[in-house]
Design a protein around this ligand. Structure first.
Ligand code: HEC
Length: 95
């Protein structure tokens, strides 16, 4: 009789972890890259504002590409993935 209750947490956590796994990249490393390179022009208010520009994961990747050009570093693909994952996990939450 206890079984359905025991299963509930499993049902709720499964889809969440499955979604998180769809994005490649390492959010912790993304945060390090971000803190080191991305805070000179804007702070996180640009991701939190109501009328933010980015509406999709694709858009986020493109924006990081063009913002990356403005920094003094060259972002390799894995670094872009880390940044996308960090910003998406933290602010945008695109699926
Ligand atoms: C040389 C200045 C500069 C640097 C450095 C910079 N950005 Fe930006 N970024 C901008 C400007 C300008 C905008 C547009 C702000 C606006 O629309 O008001 C922007 C916007 C963005 C947006 C879109 C926000 C929205 O509206 O949803 C993202 C995401 C972003 N930047 C990520 C990054 C990341 C990641 C880095 C580090 C790799 C970075 N930026 C470094 C200038 C910069």
């Amino acid at each position: 009789m206890l079984k359905p209750i025991v299963l509930l947490p499993v049902l709720f956590t499964l889809p969440l972890s499955a979604m998180a796994a769809t994005l490649p990249g390492d959010a912790a490393n993304g945060k390090k890259l971000y803190d080191a390179n991305c805070t000179s022009c804007h702070n996180d208010s640009v991701y939190k504002r109501q009328d933010r520009q980015i509406k999709s994961l694709e858009g986020l990747k493109e924006q990081i590409g063009s913002c990356g050009h403005m920094t003094n570093i060259t972002l390799a693909k894995p670094q872009v993935n880390d940044l996308v994952k960090y910003l998406n996990d933290t602010y945008y939450k695109f699926k």
